[in-house]
Structures are given as structure tokens and as C-alpha cells.
Ligand binder design. Structure first.
Ligand code: SAH
Ligand code: SF4
Length: 363
């Protein structure tokens, strides 16, 4: 656990949390099938993971066993709403968890790839004011199974189009829930068969998480949500910067680069008149050149709790040109699903106030 894992939320979700269908690893699952013929584990495990079949549809497995497993290992996600936009190319789910909290998952089809954006926590304790998840506060960490199940279920909907990429850019800060997020990454890679190089973890800059990631064997991608390249502005936009200021963050990125030799991306939500001036591009370019980083520019999406608007499109292009002029690669991220509040930073924006009372403590 990182120092940011709220102790009261350790464990799956408190002592009474059920063990969910995708919480167990293969060995633990095998223990439940100890009295069955040995091929049964392959049938069930590969069926509900690699093939993504519903347990109840595994016709080669006896019905009584399917029923017993379904009772012992309930699913963790109940769909509350499924919204579709961009002519069917974007699908967002609002899921209800077993304890009444909510999370969201987004499936996005592009010409050359299909991406699932998963949540790692219900809510987020990091308090970035421009983000709808941050505006709603923190509920709890997700279990491994709650993360893996998001991918399994999105993949089922995606078929016959194959999910090629997973991004941890939904609700929550993955490195504040490091152990479960990482176990989920390993399961997604090994059991669901998605290559680690197609998995991206986005962090707001939780330095111990970057340090741990540098030690991991699987070569996943790292994205850092930077948004400001000087401490005064970053303290304001991203409050965790007060705990892990830019020089610590950049040092950690440098060590990550030295250990992995994998390109880091910086996420930069362009906020009108706040971080979209030539001086901002120059400061960002200095960091990017030092770290050989790529920049993803995201025009700020509207959220209920933040009045300042996103940078208009012509000035987004100008900002990108300024970066490129300084020798930095920058991409403008196409906004997806704004009308269903599925775009970056909008998750939770449409939630009704139906969650159980929230814990007060944030750390
Ligand atoms: N907590 C992690 C993972 C969530 S990713 C992180 O912050 O990196 C969500 C991405 O959307 C982050 O890059 C975040 O900074 C960005 N974002 C948040 N609110 C946004 C908004 N209103 N408009 C555009 N991007 C936003
Ligand atoms: Fe949390 Fe990321 Fe939103 Fe900040 S931007 S509040 S870290 S989800």
C-alpha cells in the first residue's frame, strides 16, 4: 500500500465484503474445484476469462456446478445505466457496486483500436478541482475483481470488435490503490490476454507509485497528468503537488525512464487563460525535453463544479504548435462522449446523489 491508501479502506471494502467472481486468481479458483476432475479448472477459468463467456453459458460445465460457483462468487458490477454516443462508437456504463457505491467504465472504438477506460477507485481523494470525480470525493478502493470485471464486461459488449487497449483513466487514482491495481494489471495481461504494452496507467503524480512501477517486470505505459509545469500553478490545480512537488515528480520520472527506457506521456488539460499561454508551453517544453516525454493535450471538458472553460480549438492548435516549435511531440486528444459525460474528467458528473454516506477521512 502507498501512504495514500486510506487505512479504513484497506482490504476489499471492509470486513464484510464478499469475494467476487473475478477477485480470485487461478490457484485460488482451483482450490474451489478441488473435488472436480482436473480439466474443469481450465474449462471454467479460460471460459470466463480468455473467452469472456458468462458462467451460466459454459455449456460444457455441469449446470449444478455453474450454479454453485455463481452463488459462491457473485458478480461485482450491476449495470445502472448504459449510455451510447458518437454513433455507437462510445459506450459508458454506470455500475452499482455490492455496497451501493458507483463507478463508471467507458468503451471507445476508433478506426485503429478499441480502448476500455477503467476505474480504480469509487471516487477519488486527490481533489483536483476541474475533475468531476475529484469534485465528488472519495468512497473506497476497488478490489482486483471489480477492476478486472470492468474489462471482461466491456469486452463482451465490444465483440466482435476486439478490445486492444486498456487505460486506467477512469475514476480514481490508480497509485493510491497500488496493490489491487497492479494485481488487476497482471490478471488483465495474463488471464485476459491483453499485452502489457497496450495497458496505460495514468497518475496525477503519486511519486511512490511511479517508483514502484519502475521495479515491475511488465512493460505497461505510464501517463502523468501534469497540467502545470511550475509549482505555484500546479499546487492550485492538482493539490497532491504540495506533497510531491515538481522536482520530486520529475526526478521520479527520470528514474523510471532510466530503469525502463519507455516513453512517458504528459496529460495536459488546457484551461482557458490558466495554463494555455506561451509561457506555459515554454515551461512544459523544458520538462518534456529533459524527459523525452510526449504530450497529450485535452481541451478541458465541462464539469458542474468548475466554471472556467476549456481553451477554444484555435488556441489549442496554437499551443500544440508552440510545443512542436520547441521540439516537443504533442497530440490533441479527440474528445469522446461529452454528451453522455463520458469524456476525461467527467465521470461521476451525471451521478444522482444515491450513494451511501461518504467517509469523511481522506488520508
Ligand atoms: N487519477 C488519474 C487517473 C484519472 S485519468 C489521473 O488524474 O491521472 C483522468 C484524466 O483526465 C487525467 O489526465 C485528468 O487530469 C484528466 N481530467 C480530469 N478532469 C478533466 C476535465 N474536466 N477535462 C479534461 N481532462 C480532465
Ligand atoms: Fe482524481 Fe485524477 Fe480526477 Fe485528480 S484528475 S481528482 S487524481 S481522478
Amino acid at each position: 500500500m502507498t501512504p495514500l491508501d486510506p487505512p479504513q479502506a484497506a482490504g476489499r471494502a471492509g470486513r464484510t465484503a464478499p469475494t467476487l467472481r473475478y477477485d480470485l486468481d487461478r490457484e485460488e479458483f482451483g482450490a474451489l474445484l478441488a473435488d472436480e476432475p482436473s480439466y474443469r479448472l481450465d474449462q471454467v477459468w479460460d471460459g470466463i476469462h480468455a473467452r469472456g463467456t458468462e458462467l451460466d453459458d459454459l455449456s460444457n460445465v455441469p449446470k449444478a456446478l455453474r450454479q454453485r460457483l455463481a452463488e459462491m462468487l457473485p458478480l461485482g458490477l450491476t449495470p445502472e445505466t448504459e449510455s451510447v454516443s458518437d454513433g455507437g462508437e462510445t459506450v459508458k456504463w454506470l455500475w452499482k457496486l455490492h455496497d451501493g457505491h458507483h463507478i463508471e467504465t467507458v468503451l471507445m472504438h476508433y478506426d485503429d483500436r478499441t480502448t476500455v477506460c477503467v476505474s480504480s477507485q469509487a471516487g477519488c481523494a486527490m481533489g483536483c478541482g476541474f475533475c468531476a470525480t475529484g469534485q465528488s470525493g472519495f468512497d473506497r478502493h476497488l478490489s482486483v475483481g471489480e477492476i478486472v470485471e470492468q474489462v471482461v464486461r466491456a469486452r463482451r459488449t465490444s465483440a466482435p470488435r476486439r478490445v486492444s487497449n486498456i487505460v486506467f483513466m477512469g475514476m480514481g487514482e490508480p497509485f493510491a490503490n497500488y496493490d489491487r491495481t497492479w494485481s488487476a494489471v497482471e490478471r488483465i495481461h495474463r488471464d485476459l490476454g491483453l499485452g502489457a504494452r497496450h495497458i496505460t496507467i495514468s497518475t496525477v503524480g503519486v511519486v511512490p507509485g511511479i517508483e514502484r512501477l519502475a521495479e515491475e517486470a511488465l512493460p505497461v505505459n505510464l501517463a502523468v497528468s501534469l497540467h502545470a509545469a511550475n509549482d505555484d500553478l500546479r499546487d492550485e490545480l492538482v493539490p497532491i503537488n504540495r506533497q510531491y512537488p515538481l522536482n520530486h515528480l520529475v526526478d521520479a520520472c527520470e528514474r523510471y525512464l532510466a530503469a525502463k527506457n519507455r516513453r512517458i506521456s504528459f496529460e495536459w488539460a488546457l484551461i482557458d487563460g490558466v495554463n494555455d499561454q506561451p509561457v506555459d508551453a515554454q515551461e512544459l517544453a523544458v520538462l518534456c525535453r529533459r524527459l523525452r516525454a510526449h504530450v497529450n493535450l485535452i481541451p478541458l471538458n465541462p464539469t458542474p463544479g468548475y466554471l472556467t472553460r476549456g481553451t477554444p480549438p484555435d488556441r489549442v492548435r496554437e499551443f500544440r504548435d508552440q510545443l512542436e516549435h520547441c521540439g516537443v511531440n504533442a497530440t490533441v486528444r479527440h474528445t469522446r462522449g461529452t454528451e453522455i459525460d463520458a469524456a476525461c474528467g467527467q465521470l461521476r458528473a451525471s451521478r444522482q446523489l444515491v450513494d451511501p454516506p461518504r467517509r469523511r477521512t481522506r488520508s
